[in-house]
Write a protein that binds this ligand. Structure first.
Ligand code: URA
Length: 193
């Protein structure tokens, strides 16, 4: 089986999932986007309103900003990055996923990681951070640092684009400026792989 076929198989199982109540309220499952590029994977939080409607991650304003951030270092979201979320169904009112929802969905994220075996994993925001790294430190403390990830990967926590949308400054030291440094570092390592 190819990687695409393996992922498709997991997606089809996920489409039938009712392991938590979000399976009953979703419009669409939001499994992933982008080519299954094993060099770079981004894990976000959870689908929001537009993602739930369209069945694709990061299609709202936060997603548009993410596109711009990656484009600024020559990376295309469709070609170069496999994007998924910590949980695959939308929580009501876009609240943070509950621990039991993350637990119920974990096997699907683990399957995506196991099939893809990405070399770089970006943990986008605190939900992805706390799901993948055993830390009590906040995203502002650990963003931009490399950590050992599964299957010999390197993981870097980065700010969530929704946070950047609320913090408009691009001055040196601002969240947007820091994100720009982080993405340049990601691209540097990406080019070495
Ligand atoms: N925020 C996320 O973390 N994921 C999405 O898919 C959309 C918004």
């Amino acid at each position: 089986m190819t990687i695409e076929e393996e992922l498709q198989e997991v997606k089809e199982i996920c489409e039938l999932c009712h392991n938590c109540p979000l399976g009953d309220t979703r419009t669409n499952l939001v499994f992933s986007s982008g080519k299954p590029n094993h060099k770079l994977m981004l894990i976000g939080e959870a689908p929001g309103f537009y993602e739930d409607k369209q069945g694709e991650p990061f299609v709202g304003k936060a997603g548009q900003l993410l596109d711009k951030i990656f484009a600024s270092v020559g990376l295309s979201r469709q070609e170069d990055i496999y994007i998924c979320n910590t949980i695959k169904c939308r929580p009501p009112e876009n609240r943070d996923p509950l621990p039991e929802e993350k637990e119920a969905c974990r096997a699907f994220l683990d399957a995506q990681l196991e099939i893809l075996k990405p070399r770089i994993i970006l943990l986008c925001g605190k939900v992805a951070l706390t799901s993948m790294l055993n830390t009590t430190l906040g995203i502002t403390k650990v963003r931009g640092q490399w950590f050992e990830g599964p299957y010999g990967s390197r993981m870097m926590p980065i700010f969530h684009p929704s946070y950047l949308l609320r913090n408009d400054s691009t001055e040196k030291g601002s969240p947007k400026w820091l994100m720009w440094q982080d993405i340049k570092e990601v691209k540097r390592v990406y080019d070495e792989l």
